[in-house]
Design a binder for this molecule. Structure first.
Ligand code: AMP
Ligand code: GLY
Length: 419
């Protein structure tokens, strides 16, 4: 088979690394990729949002399967465009991707399907939004309706914070039109977990559950980020919770999307809060998580390609996933300044070392300078991911690998997998 991976982050590096191990793969391509992905795939220079460009690339290289990493191209209709040419795509249509692209739409689907979630109200005007927040004493979650690169959510503990967040989104438009409509959500409490399912439109196969760390600093301090590290498994997601997620979250959501004429094929990601009153979905994503994918794929045994192809073709019935009982921990090394303005162009040392099969250094914000040096080129630079007999052993191995990497001004959390 000839496979094309779309994207350039740590998630896509992990996907390409895993896909490259498949005996079914004759050629692996990626676009735009990064230097790490370039070690396992041939790189093209087309952006995922360039739908015609990707379609042309897929046609000219006789691609048999396109695997889309990020949400942007999916929400823009990349899967629809490729399917018009008869190319199987792992990733949903634009209509189904709205489950991530519009939080208000996701809430509508959840309400219709009976999926447990936080109570909410939608606003476009400041004054009524403030009145609603006041009625909850300011203890409320403010969310931009549209895509905001994981930064459109503010958890508020009081009116001052709520007013600042609402003013920034509705008046100052810090997220542009994505924040012209906001959701105010009930503030939930409890451990979080990410459960991702491969979906074929009606059936699912759950990937091993993971837990992300969204705040930038140790102890969940500081602003939210795209994710600073993840681990799998998580003790909170027992087999009983997995069953509940499948039956009360994934399958009802799929049925409701199909009923609306938007069957979901690809990776359906449920961000969960395990509250004292039961599971609640805090978000759906239309793709694999980043950085969750990095530890999850290290735990997945066997060939991933038949599962991706089966989801793309709409029939997962013959697919069983095998999971390594060991634990995996992925720690993100971020550039100076992340999640704000970041430094780039700094040399990275030690990121391309071979540390054996139980440690993988997945690249994200990296580039190759003119003289061939690996340099930083984005906020999240690497995800150093390791397997171990248990979480403690996996953590120790990941942090040992991290201690050998040098990037001026970089930072990472020291507590991934501790909670
Ligand atoms: P999201 O971008 O939707 O994943 O939200 C980012 C983070 O905000 C989540 O990982 C949670 O930690 C937090 N969050 C989102 N919604 C809620 C909620 N209703 N109650 C409490 N925390 C929330
Ligand atoms: N790590 C969270 C996400 O991928 O949305």
């Amino acid at each position: 088979m000839r496979i094309l991976v779309i994207g350039s982050g740590g998630r896509e590096h992990a996907l390409a690394w895993k896909i490259a191990q498949s005996p079914l793969v004759k050629e692996l391509w990626a676009t735009p990729g990064n230097p790490g992905i370039g070690r396992v795939a041939r790189l093209l220079d087309v952006k995922g949002e360039d739908l015609e460009g990707v379609a042309r690339a897929a046609r000219s290289r006789a691609i048999d399967l396109v695997v889309v990493g990020p949400e942007g191209p999916l929400c823009s209709g990349l899967a629809d465009r490729l399917e018009r040419d008869g190319v199987p795509v792992f990733g949903p249509s634009a209509a189904a991707a709205r489950i991530e692209g519009s939080k208000a739409f996701a809430k509508e689907v959840m309400a219709a399907a009976g999926v447990p979630t936080a109570g909410h109200a939608v606003f476009t005007e400041l004054e009524p939004a403030l009145a609603h927040a006041r009625a909850h004493g300011g203890r409320i979650v403010v969310k931009a309706d549209g895509l905001a690169a994981g930064k459109g959510v503010v958890v508020c503990q009081g009116m001052a914070e709520a007013e600042a967040a609402l003013t920034a989104m509705l008046v100052e438009r810090v997220h542009g039109s994505s924040g012209a409509r906001v959701l105010l959500e009930e503030l939930l409490e409890g451990p979080e977990a990410s459960v991702i399912a491969l979906a074929d439109g009606e059936r699912v196969r759950l990937l091993p559950a993971a837990q992300d760390h969204k705040r930038v600093a140790d102890g969940d301090q500081g602003p939210n980020t795209g994710g600073m590290g993840a681990f799998s498994p998580t003790a909170h997601v027992t087999p009983a919770v997995e069953r509940e997620v499948e039956e009360r979250v994934m399958l009802p959501a799929l049925r409701e999307l199909a009923r609306r004429g938007a069957p979901f094929r690809g990776a359906l990601y449920a961000g969960l809060m395990l509250t004292p009153r039961g599971i609640r979905v805090i978000e759906f994503n239309c793709r694999l998580g980043d950085p969750e994918t990095q530890p999850i794929l290290m735990r997945l045994q066997g060939d991933l390609v038949p599962a991706l192809l089966a989801a793309a073709r709409g029939d997962l019935s013959g697919v069983t996933l095998r999971v390594d009982p060991r634990a995996a921990v992925g720690v993100v090394l971020a550039a100076e300044g992340y999640p704000g303005r970041v430094a780039s162009g700094d040399a990275i040392a030690g990121a391309e070392a071979d540390l054996g099969p139980d440690v993988q250094i997945f690249q994200a914000g990296t580039a190759r300078s003119a003289d061939g040096t690996l340099v930083s080129s984005g906020g999240r630079v690497l995800t150093v991911t390791a397997l171990g007999a248990d979480l403690a052993a996996a953590r120790a191995r990941a942090y040992d690998a991290l201690s050998r990497i040098r990037l001026r001004g970089s930072h990472y959390r020291r507590d991934i997998g501790v909670k």
